[in-house]
Structure formats: structure tokens, C-alpha cells
Design a protein around this ligand. Structure first.
Ligand code: 13P
Ligand code: SF4
Length: 368
């Protein structure tokens, strides 16, 4: 009886997965040019294979900006679909197949806390707008991008962080960088700013937990946010890999800690990681510090070149919110669109979108 129940379940799941794939393909055929599916590298394969464009945050936002499609279905997380809405024309519709696909790091900063920090910084410095460039990682809500737009600030991604930080310092003497302390620290350090010139703003403490002197002396004020996926990677994982494979190469995403990035041979965005491994010599051995779906895909993609690609953490470390979107949801969203029903639209208010666009356009102007 129990065996029958299990085999029945296995068969129906298989049928379901197969039929979702067919439904997605058929809906895409029917919608044609009206539809653009964007897929971030961390999406699971069952969804990723249907994307018309794949890429990192910067590349996908550029795709959204130049698309003529009526519907932009973003297989990624909430802030990405918001950016697509901001950058596309008002009549275009941005859709996130699962509304709960957020980013836990983005949630570590919100407008109330950033405005409180700005008021406190104002008190210490006299005029925060005169001395600080606010800079938000693209992994943030639209209202924080709008805050940066209003206060002479800018957005960055992991691809263009260096150019954006350079721009920030050309405007004013300090940067308030949110929400990811690691991207801020790794980028500024690489540009020659010492750790002594950086402080961490603890958003749960009055004055960020800092003294007036610490704030006045700091060049880089780093929000105390992090990515729970990338903080799983530790320097000791790199040490034990290199003990076994002294010729091995280590590559990490800049959301990983300072210590991990310091021990890595290469540090860069998801797109950079893919390109670096693709362009490497055959038969090379890699330890990769980024999300598991991408690392597994790379291992599969380059094994015919004799490349061995290992995940940095000993435990599974997936982005659980990216993972929320599955083929079943994508099939449902697309079937609804075929019927003329829009579900899960992501819409940023006009005022917020206009201010966020200022900060995003500043980013595009300085991006490589
Ligand atoms: P990329 O822009 O490098 O794809 O990074 C996005 C992200 O959320 C990584 O955690
Ligand atoms: Fe956010 Fe981390 Fe997931 Fe990237 S991997 S979307 S930063 S939670």
C-alpha cells in the first residue's frame, strides 16, 4: 500500500513537471514578442532554461530598459522586478512569478532606518547632504533608490561598484553605503581606502553605535547588512581546498566577507564569475563562493573542458527566495497572460520611480 502511494506520487510529480515545461513553451509561442522572460543566474534550471535573457543584476536591468515587450516576467527577486518597472515604459508590465521572492539582504535596510541615520549624521556633520553621498546596492527597495535620487546619491551593482564608489567620492568626502557592508568594504579596500577609514553603522543602535569622532573620521560608512547565502563562506574553506589542490583557483562574489575575498584569486559579480571560469585554461580546478544553483550549472557546463568546479561551503547554501520560483508558477503566470489576465504585477509609484530613476541613471552613466 505504502509503496503504491509513493510510486503514484513520483509519477504524478514527473507528469506535472513535464506538463509545466510544455505549458511554458506553448504560452511563450502564443505571446511571442509581447513577452520577455528575464532570468537571474541563481534561478533553478527548470525556470532558467525558459529565460529569453539571462544575466546578473546590471545586465538584466539593461535588458529591461531596452525591451519593447508588453510583459517583462522577472525570474529573480522583488527588487529586480521593481527596477524593471522603473526602467521600462509606463505601459509595460513587470511581473514577479512569486510575490514572496524577496531578498533578505535588501530587507535589512528600510526607508525609516535610513532616514533616521541621515538625521543623526546631519546632527554630527551639520549638513549630511554636503558631506555624504548615499549609495544603495541595487539589492534594495525602490524607496531607498528614490532616497539616493533625492540626496545626490546613486545605485550600484556588484559589476560597477568600483566606478560608482569613485563617482561617490568625486562628489563628496564620505559615502553611506547600504545595505551590504561586504560589497562596500571589499570595493573601497580595493580602491586603497584602509579599514581604519571605514565604520559599520549598526541600524539598531542610536547614532549607528558610533561616536562623533568615528563618524567624522570615516570615509566609508557601511550599513550593517549582509547576504545570508554569501556569509556561509569562510576563509578556512579556502585553506582546506588549497591544501588539497595547491594549484586550484578561488573565485568569490563580493557579497562574501572581507577575509574570504582577500583569500580569493578573483572577486566579482555572477557574470564575472561565469566569464572568468569560461575563459580559463582547460583542466583547471575551481572553488567558487557564490550561490549553489549557479555553481552546479557551471560545473555541468564546463566539465567537458576538464574543469572541476566546487562549491565553497560544505553545507548547501542556496538563495531560498530565488529558489521560490518554480516551473509550475511560471506556467500559471504565462497561461494567465495568454488569457489576458495579469497576475503578480510589480508597480512602483510614479513619484518614487522618478526619483529612483535619477539614481539609476547616474549609475548607468558611470557603468563600464
Ligand atoms: P549579481 O548582480 O552579481 O548577479 O548579484 C546579485 C545578487 O543578488 C547576488 O547575491
Ligand atoms: Fe539577496 Fe543573497 Fe539571495 Fe542575492 S543571494 S538575492 S543578496 S539573499
Amino acid at each position: 500500500m505504502a509503496v503504491d502511494a509513493i510510486s503514484f506520487r513520483a509519477i504524478s510529480q514527473f507528469d506535472n513537471e513535464e506538463s509545466c515545461q510544455t505549458r511554458i513553451r506553448e504560452a511563450k509561442d502564443k505571446l511571442g514578442d509581447k513577452l520577455l522572460i528575464l532570468g537571474h543566474h541563481y534561478q533553478r534550471d527548470e525556470v532558467f532554461q525558459h529565460a529569453d535573457c539571462i544575466g546578473d543584476s546590471l545586465k538584466l536591468s539593461r535588458m529591461a530598459a531596452k525591451s519593447n515587450a508588453d510583459y517583462i516576467v522577472f525570474c529573480g527577486v522583488h527588487f529586480m522586478a521593481e527596477v524593471a518597472d522603473i526602467l521600462s515604459r509606463p505601459e509595460q508590465i513587470s511581473i514577479l512569478p512569486d510575490l514572496a521572492a524577496g531578498c533578505s539582504m535588501a530587507d535589512m535596510a528600510n526607508l525609516a532606518k535610513v532616514e533616521k541615520a541621515w538625521r543623526e549624521l546631519n546632527k554630527v556633520l551639520g549638513d549630511a547632504d554636503a558631506f555624504i553621498t548615499p549609495m544603495t546596492y541595487i539589492n534594495s527597495a525602490a524607496d531607498l533608490k528614490a532616497f539616493c535620487g533625492r540626496h545626490g546619491g546613486i545605485v550600484c551593482t556588484s559589476t560597477n561598484a568600483k566606478n560608482v564608489v569613485e563617482w561617490g567620492f568625486a562628489q563628496r568626502e564620505k559615502i553611506l553605503f547600504f545595505p551590504d557592508q561586504h560589497l562596500g568594504r571589499n570595493t573601497a579596500y580595493k580602491m586603497g581606502i584602509s579599514l581604519d577609514e571605514m565604520v559599520v553603522w549598526d541600524f539598531d543602535e542610536p547614532m549607528g553605535g558610533l561616536t562623533e569622532a568615528q563618524i567624522k573620521n570615516a570615509k566609508m560608512i557601511l550599513w550593517k547588512g549582509f547576504c545570508s547565502v554569501h556569509q556561509m563562506f569562510k576563509p578556512e574553506h579556502i585553506d582546506s581546498f588549497l591544501e588539497k589542490y595547491p594549484d586550484g583557483k578561488v573565485i568569490s562574489h563580493p557579497e562574501a566577507s572581507f577575509e574570504v575575498c582577500q583569500k580569493s584569486d578573483y572577486v566579482g559579480s555572477t557574470e564575472y564569475i561565469i566569464n572568468t571560469i569560461r575563459d580559463a585554461e582547460p583542466n583547471t580546478h575551481w572553488l567558487v563562493g557564490t550561490e549553489l544553483n549557479l555553481v552546479n550549472r557551471l560545473a555541468e557546463q564546463f566539465k567537458h573542458q576538464g574543469k572541476i568546479i566546487e562549491f565553497m561551503a560544505p553545507t548547501v547554501s542556496m538563495c531560498s527566495t530565488m529558489f521560490r520560483i518554480n516551473a509550475y508558477q511560471l506556467a500559471n503566470i504565462l497561461d494567465d497572460l495568454v488569457e489576458g489576465n495579469v497576475k503578480n504585477q510589480i508597480k512602483v509609484s510614479k513619484n518614487e520611480a522618478e526619483q529612483a530613476l535619477i539614481a539609476l541613471n547616474r549609475m548607468f552613466e558611470v557603468s563600464p
